[in-house]
Design a protein around this ligand. Sequence first.
Ligand SMILES: [Fe+2]
Ligand SMILES: [Fe+2]
Length: 371
Amino acid sequence: MSLRTKIQALSRLGHSFRDAAVSPRSVPAPAESQVVLREVATTKLRKVEHVAELPSEVLTTTTEVAYDWDYSAKRAELRTLYEKSKDLTWNARTDLDWSTNVDPESEIVADSFNPLFGTDIWKKLDRKTELPKLRRHMTSYILSNFLHGEQGALMATSQIVASSPTTDAKLYAAAQVFDEARHVEAYDRYLSTKVELIYPPSPHLKQLLDTVLTDSRWDFKFLGMQILVEGVALGAFGLIHQTAQEPLIKRITHMIMQDEARHVAFGVMSLRGHYDDMKASELRDREEFIIESSRLLRDRFLAQEVWATVGLPQAECEEAARNSVMMQMFRKLLFSKIVPNVKRLGLLTPFVRRGFEELDVIEYESWEASA
Ligand SMILES: [Fe+2]
Ligand SMILES: [Fe+2]
């Protein structure tokens, strides 16, 4: 069969699938599908406020695609993680109570996460107007960045499926792709239907995601996504989960955290031993990446985009946030997973140690690592 005939045959096949999918008479939709369609339609009717309208964006990357013709299990711990992932799969649509009433202007995320909390600016806020508005925006800012981070994780992990040299890693990464899809779904639905406000990605997070997604070296994807972004996410989710007042977001965070702990474990397992004999010049790229990314992640929690949006003085708020003792503690705690895991991978070199000392997070090196 010529290539042209093959393409024609395939396109006819695709056409007939499409016909079957859109014709309600050819395949009666089961009750479950009706419910899903109704829920999707209701969600779309909502008026969601966007702080900035962002056009779709396409990045060019050169990811390697690796076949593995040996399908036998060689790394038992990865297969165990894969099995665990299948056993613990949940459904964002049915395992969460979306009928929960949420007041977006209430203290959904504890006020103590607000970088202005306890400052003079905070004390002067009008309790009836300014504080509820700021609460809604801060909740949206935090959760929107979780959402965008989840999209980054979804795409980075799909690249890992393709570029991983072993079937063990491909299978687990595929399970993670599905986890990340549900995380995107859950945060998007919460933001769209409960908070009804979405922030664009923080420039710090966006820069880090761009680097992870466009770097062709596979270990940068693990290091950037599984160890750094997800390490910080795990710390942040833990704090939100412990302190959240609102039951639905508490439950969402709990479900997602269980998955994220496996993702960090996947990163640690995949990178173990990888840096042991690496040339100094190649290792330096990784060392610089860890410190530069850690700076970006630390600054992403300063919430610079929120102040002007809610009508507060930008420079004053930034200054207050930077000096807030609560925020300094919060930002440091977020590194409690990263530093021990970096050490466990043999990457706490003198260069990285100096960087972590400057960031004032080296104290976590003796904390328990994930995985
Ligand atoms: Fe995730
Ligand atoms: Fe993840």
